[in-house]
Design a protein around this ligand. Structure first.
Ligand code: ADP
Ligand code: ASP
Ligand code: MG
Length: 437
């Protein structure tokens, strides 16, 4: 069985939904994971914002405007009057539900329910369209099998067991339609896998059913060798190792959710990135294979803060790093990059919520300096240290740019640089020019 995930743009209009329906209807058994139609989750975030602020009029205006868009989709999607009517009933129940939130208090719990509506809508409408087309499909609810634990980590045993049950309940179907992004948490409440998390849903589902392949269908022909939003003339990378793809996803290649590679890698299930707008393009195949000795791609992660702790006492002191790391741990702040010298250590974080407290605590150990508005630029490829010259090439490409931190050696697949956000565009373009042209 294959798992196919279609992102927001891929189901972003009636025309696109029809294309996807055609694409998946080849008689092969599959699970199809859908995102919300593009723009919907952002609208739901805005609606929640109004509700948090008790601005009922603002929320209702947004909800009604979103409903109008869906009415247009319904009119264009279904051919028969009956199906249009059924679809409008679906819309009415979902949008009445959204409107009901304006009457009670609004907390994180309600927000999660509001955010889940995008995927619930897209999958309901899609399943109804499949029915109109006479396709042998079933809608299965992610809320019946997708679950995170107390630490917001996926409960893989629960997912595998319950997904198998749900599938067995719909035995004999060829296509199973389900929601990306949404799940239940440890307490059984509606929750989600974070923005962009439908990719993660697909790989968790793929791992749970031990799929032959996980396909991530989006609006571009695979993982490009640099960020196509910033660099012109980027090209798709045909083959990537799981580790390479994971580094790229984690360090900013938006095409993949940061955590989505891990379940596939653990289950050794190949992931293929494909383009809904150009289905015959080869895309990118992510597996245990890599192109030996090749620098494959560059990505950048925004919103980074660098923190340097300089301490005379660090010299030869054991336990110093532990004490530093413990402070970050106590404020539940993950560290991205680390560089050390005999007199100090620099780390980077992407979540600066607890920065003031962290800095305050670090001052016990030495002089603390903070640099905000930085980005990590990450160069990814098969780069074992015996292969001389690749570091020189990468550093040479960045010779005009001030570099705050450099990191290599944590893996054979990544060299990272910390630079100022204002130098990002220049750095990405310089790397493409030097490494790929
Ligand atoms: P979906 O809605 O299908 O999940 P996303 O918008 O999340 O799609 O991801 C696809 C987008 O990722 C592309 O349109 C592209 O602009 C962006 N992107 C950023 N970096 C890369 C990259 N290295 N390769 C391909 N796409 C990238
Ligand atoms: N709809 C969700 C979002 O926009 C999840 C996803 O598209 O992957 O973040
Ligand atoms: Mg995405």
């Amino acid at each position: 069985m294959k798992v196919l995930k279609f992102g927001g743009t891929s189901v972003g209009s009636a025309a696109r939904i029809k294309e996807v329906a055609k694409l998946i209807n080849d008689g092969e058994k599959k699970i199809v994971v859908l995102s919300a139609m593009s723009g919907t989750t952002n609208s739901l975030v805005e609606i929640s914002d109004y509700l948090y602020k008790n601005n009922t009029a603002g929320a209702l205006e947004k909800i009604n405007a979103l409903e109008e868009k869906y009415f247009d989709v319904v009119d264009a999607l279904y051919s028969s009057k009956e199906y249009k009517l059924d679809a409008k009933k679906i819309l009415k129940s979902h949008f009445d539900y959204l409107r009901s939130f304006s009457k009670s208090i609004f907390t994180l719990f309600e927000e999660k329910a509001v955010l889940s509506e995008g995927e619930l809508l897209s999958t309901s409408l899609f399943q109804l369209y499949m029915e109109e087309q006479g396709v042998n499909s079933a809608l299965i609810s992610a809320l019946d099998y997708m679950r995170i634990d107390k630490n917001a980590e996926p409960d893989t045993a629960f997912i595998a067991q319950n997904l198998a049950k749900v599938l067995a309940n719909h035995d004999g179907k060829t296509i199973y339609i389900t929601q990306g992004f949404i799940c239940r948490n440890f307490y059984g409440e509606i929750d989600n896998l974070q923005r962009g998390g439908s990719d993660y849903s697909a790989s968790l589902i793929g791992a749970a059913v031990v799929a032959d392949e996980i396909q991530i269908w989006t609006d571009i022909d695979g993982m490009h060798n640099n960020d196509p939003r910033i660099v012109e003339g980027t090209k798709p990378v045909p083959v990537l190792h799981f580790e390479e793809a994971a580094e790229l996803a984690y360090f900013g290649a938006k095409i993949l959710h940061p955590t989505c590679i891990l379940p596939a890698k653990l289950g050794n299930i190949p992931v293929r990135l494909l383009n809904t707008m150009d289905p015959s393009a080869p895309g990118t195949l992510i597996s245990t294979q890599s192109k030996k000795g090749k620098i494959e791609a560059v990505a950048a992660k925004d919103g980074i803060t660098a923190i340097k702790i300089k301490s005379g006492r660090m010299l030869l002191a054991h336990g110093f790093l532990r004490k530093v790391f413990e402070i970050f741990e106590s404020y539940q702040t993950p560290i991205d990059m680390v560089t050390t010298s005999e007199v100090g250590v620099s780390v980077s974080i992407d979540n600066a919520k607890r920065l003031d407290e962290i800095v305050n605590d670090l001052k016990k150990f030495g002089t603390v300096t903070v640099d905000k508005e930085m980005v990590i630029v990450c160069v990814v490829g098969d780069m074992p240290y015996e292969n001389i010259g690749f570091q020189a090439k990468v550093v040479d490409a960045l010779k005009e740019i001030p570099i705050r931190m450099i990191s290599y050696g944590g893996s054979n697949y990544n060299i990272s640089f910390l630079i100022k956000a204002t130098d990002k565009k220049l750095a990405l373009n310089a790397l493409s020019a030097k490494l790929f042209n």
